[in-house]
Design a protein around this ligand. Structure first.
Ligand code: ATP
Length: 496
């Protein structure tokens, strides 16, 4: 079996387990789906929340220097003009010249084994030509053009009913009218054109974008938080939430989606000592990845070369992970200088300067940005947890989630579901555990062996079984460990 094939099988197994067991479903599945969107089922939402809450705990709640915000997804379009997204948040797009399927040019090259780091769009087109690279369907590819990835919509009611169709209809109605003199037609056309222009103008003013990153919602609240709390530098603002990108070719399960979730921090520093904070944040990132249960040897730091960094960034490290689809970006850490706050300072007319307490020293703080993608964290956690082993000569699939991430902590079963005395006692134990841990599942379907397999597949660390010994006096239950499959008897009081 080739390496690539193994990887694909691993991916197939993960996707099918995720769907079958209620972690992640394709979006709008009943209506044939919607490309690049995914829905979380009961276990997926629990896993996702655990991953996000752990982040919030480690980066916000456990620290003195972090403040949380939760900004609106819809923001004034000026935000995205000033940040540069309207002009430059683009990917290179090329087209199969026969069937007109569209592709990201850099992905076509990457799939053909060409390193495109630092390439301009023109250089990419040249590389395609030189190497004779064809579309996945074997056809010639077109020249590339840029494609802006922001989703647009409009806010509030606008007279969008007026468009080019309307003017034609209006003109035709005037033409057909028996009484329509040339003067009347002229007058009607003028009215129609006015309405169209008004409509276009309104549409432009009402234009909003679904945010392609959460970071701008942090920058736009920087001044608010400083005014409310006046924290000492360095300090950070953290946000979790949805981001939307109209990816040209969403692929690889949830890895590249059109709607996804981010966890971002803007850490404001005095430019004199950004390096210290950068190093400290990098360490904190590794601590979080360790808490996610990701093996250290699958995590790689990619020091992004100066010619490949954004022009304002003085240092960027991409943290890559060995996903089943290969080594790919999991998150990024970038020193962005004062680029973002300075843009707001210059474009909004509001000062973004920070005054060091008790001094007259004023400056626009510099910023370090750790930017995590929740879906990529979930995919890493799922793939790290996925294990196939053998128990008593039988193959089993087990999700070895760290206990604090497991969607269900305990499954409780009566040994036999047709013995009321066992069921009653098991219900008591279930209630005790449920009160304490919340994420506890009642499971009395099939025989015990089947229940264990099912719980292994969803990563439940412990199965608790109530049997005749429990009710015949000693008050102990069987507790079975997911990873070792070892079973022990312990008393109910020790359980809780
Ligand atoms: P890529 O190069 O893979 O498109 P990027 O460099 O554009 O990613 P950033 O803009 O740095 O990504 O976004 C920060 C993080 O958000 C990424 O590290 C990733 O975890 C996540 N992310 C970005 N785009 C997507 C997407 N389409 N689907 C899921 N997660 C994403």
């Amino acid at each position: 079996m080739t390496k690539a094939h193994e990887r694909n099988t691993e991916m197939e197994n993960l996707i099918s387990l995720a769907k079958r067991r209620g972690f992640i479903y394709p979006g709008s599945d009943v209506y044939g789906g919607l490309s690049g969107t995914w829905d979380y089922g009961p276990l997926g939402v629990a896993l996702k929340r655990n991953i996000m809450q752990l982040w919030w705990k480690m980066f916000v709640d456990d620290r003195e220097d972090m403040y949380g915000v939760d900004a609106a997804i819809l923001m004034n379009q000026k935000v995205w003009q000033a940040s540069g997204h309207v002009d430059t948040f683009v990917d290179p797009l090329c087209e199969d010249t026969v069937n007109h399927r569209r592709y990201r040019t850099d992905h076509i090259l990457k799939d053909a084994g060409v390193d495109v780091e630092g390439f301009t769009m023109q250089q990419m087109d040249e590389a395609i030509k030189e190497k004779g690279i064809k579309s996945p369907d074997g056809n010639q590819l077109s020249k590339s053009r840029t494609f802006n990835m922001m989703f647009e919509t409009t806010i509030g009611p606008i007279s969008s009913d007026v468009d080019a169709m309307d003017i034609t209809a209006l003109r035709r109605a005037v033409d057909r009218s028996k009484n329509g003199s040339a003067v009347e037609i002229e007058a009607w056309t003028e009215i129609a054109e006015k309405r169209i222009n008004q409509g276009l103008q309104e549409r432009q003013t009402a234009k909003v974008y679904l945010r392609p990153e959460t970071a701008q919602g942090i920058f736009t609240n920087y001044k608010n938080v400083v005014d409310s709390f006046y924290p000492d530098l360095p300090f950070g603002l953290a946000q979790q939430g949805k981001a939307f990108r109209n990816e040209i070719a969403p692929r690889d399960f949830i890895f590249r989606s059109r709607e996804f979730e981010q966890m971002e921090i803007e850490y404001f520093v005095n430019p004199e000592n950004w390096e210290e904070s950068f190093a400290a944040l990098l360490k904190d990132i590794h601590a979080y990845l360790e808490a996610l249960g990701l093996p250290a040897d699958k995590i790689h730091e990619l020091e992004v070369a100066s010619e490949d960094r954004a022009h304002y960034s003085k240092r960027t490290i991409d943290i890559e992970y060995d996903f089943p689809i290969g080594k790919e970006e999991l998150l990024g850490l970038a020193y962005r200088t004062d680029f973002d706050l300075k843009n707001i300072h210059d474009n909004s007319g509001k000062s973004m300067e920070y005054t060091i307490k008790g001094t007259n020293t004023k400056f626009i703080p510099h910023v370090i940005e750790p930017s995590f993608g929740v879906e990529r964290a979930i995919m890493a956690v799922l793939s790290a947890a996925y294990t196939e082993d053998e128990v008593n000569g039988e193959k089993r699939v087990v999700m070895k989630f760290p206990e604090h991430l497991a969607p269900i902590k305990y499954a409780v079963s009566p040994l036999l579901k047709n013995k009321p005395e066992l069921v009653e006692k098991a219900r008591d134990v279930y209630q005790i555990l449920k009160k304490k841990h919340g994420a506890v599942m009642w499971d009395d379907n099939g025989n015990i062996g089947k229940r264990y397999r099912r719980q292994d597949e969803i990563g439940t660390p412990y199965c608790v079984v109530i049997d005749f010994e429990t009710i015949e006096g000693d008050g102990t239950v069987t507790i079975r460990d997911r990873d070792t499959t070892e079973q022990k008897r312990i008393s109910i009081s020790d359980l809780s």
